[in-house]
Ligand binder design. Structure first.
Ligand SMILES: [Zn+2]
Length: 405
């Protein structure tokens, strides 16, 4: 599945109709989320899609909820489906608890069928005329669904989800020569097992400062005032800009890595830890866009016949010596170097962790790692070249050496 995002230019009438759709779908989500929350609190059980869908049709018969009929029924049902999925993910500890949708956040609704895209026009149910769409690039494959959204800054987009399959792609084998482990960091974006360190772009910091300033200004504006509304749009614009910057950066990095290495291993950072544990760390993880980065790596790897692997979160990647396998009892966050008490091996903390991540992945695939060889230097050179071409700051931190296990 691949999503293509296009800017939409609705007419004034269409904007009204879109607002109705956003509002109704938001209402359905919030209404049933509330019902579910109450039901969980009282009986320990929630509802499922089928029951919610039945209740929704009852609701629509009531006079006070007649306005729901102005919205495409399938989009409302899609909201229920999303809610059901959100609860399932939450209970599997794959996501945070579903929350109420606010008016001032990003708005969206999904059209699962009965749509058409003809050149620069998007046809969807309940809309008499097609919506103008800027088709800056083409999409191939079978369209599964279309999600229409409005950013808090006011811009509209259509995200077209397409199922595409390329039968010509050849799957690469997992080998020592072409595998890389990635340690994700907070200060440094990522450290690779061959010693390459990728830095976050400098403009992230500048945008962050701008955002803090704008948010401070917003908090000083009088509630309900026109100036406050204007300032809120300003804040939203900066946030949107930052999201674009991040997506662009992550796209470039994941592109280079999936072109250079045949096997890419990362740690499985379950959301569970972040929800229970340290909020500052959770925020840093979310801000760095790790979740999005992993999705990109996975998608691009599969499109290119490369292997994307996640190693268990309980593997001691940080505390383990990548040379002799000794596991330290403690490794503080402040310790920037790994020094083995047993064999005396020493390396940068993150490089050592990345080497372990790579090894765990290779072992899980049954690839022997006795030689202790790291990914050859020519791959590293080409990664550095490609990163530089994309304008991404990267360097080789240390000569990573060849630890023998
Ligand atoms: Zn050691």
């Amino acid at each position: 599945m691949k999503a293509y995002r296009y800017r939409l230019y609705p007419s004034e009438d269409q904007k009204v109709m879109l607002a109705k759709h956003f509002g109704s779908c938001r209402f359905v989500w919030n209404y049933f989320l509330d019902l579910n929350n109450k039901s969980y609190a009282e009986t320990g059980k929630g509802s499922n899609y089928n029951r919610m869908s039945k209740e929704l049709s009852h609701l629509k018969k009531h006079e006070e909820y007649q306005w729901l009929k102005e919205t495409n029924a399938q989009s409302l049902q899609q909201s229920l489906m999303h809610l059901e999925t959100a609860f399932k993910k939450f209970f599997k500890k794959l996501a945070e608890e579903p929350v109420f949708k606010g008016k001032h956040k990003r708005q969206s609704f999904t059209v699962p069928q009965a749509f058409k895209v003809i050149e620069n026009l998007l046809y969807i149910p309940k809309f008499k005329k097609p919506i103008r769409m800027f088709r800056h690039r083409d999409f191939n494959g079978q369209v599964r669904s279309i999600t229409i959204s409005q950013e808090p800054s006011g811009k509209y987009h259509a995200s077209i989800l397409v199922y595409e399959q390329d039968p010509d792609i050849q799957q690469m084998p997992v080998t020592e020569e072409s595998a890389i482990g990635i340690d994700m960091g907070i200060k440094t974006f990522a450290t690779l097992s061959d010693g390459v360190q990728i830095q976050k772009p400098k403009h992230f910091v500048q945008s962050e400062k701008k955002l803090v300033k704008a948010q401070k200004r917003l908090s000083r504006k009088k509630k309900g005032s026109h100036n406050r509304m204007k300032q809120r749009v300003r804040v939203a614009r900066i946030q949107e800009h930052m999201a674009n910057q991040r997506r662009d950066f992550l796209n470039r990095v994941s592109d280079v890595l999936t072109r250079t290495y045949d096997t890419i291993a990362v740690e499985d950072l379950s959301l569970k830890d972040m929800m229970n544990g340290n909020h500052r760390r959770a925020k840093a993880v979310a801000d760095a866009g790790w979740g999005m980065f992993r999705v990109m790596l996975k998608t691009k790897a599969s499109q290119r016949g490369r292997n994307f692997m996640e190693i268990g979160r309980y593997e001691p990647s940080t505390k383990m010596c990548s040379a002799c396998g000794h596991v330290k009892s403690e490794m503080k966050l402040s310790e920037r170097r790994f020094i083995c008490d047993i064999c005396g091996y020493t390396n940068d903390r993150d490089v050592n962790a990345a080497i372990n991540i790579r090894r765990f992945a290779l072992i899980s695939e049954g690839v022997p790692t006795e030689s202790g060889e790291l990914t050859p230097v020519d791959r590293r050179t080409s990664a550095l070249e490609l990163l530089a071409r994309e304008g991404i700051r990267a360097s080789v931190l240390v000569e990573a050496g060849s630890p023998v296990h």
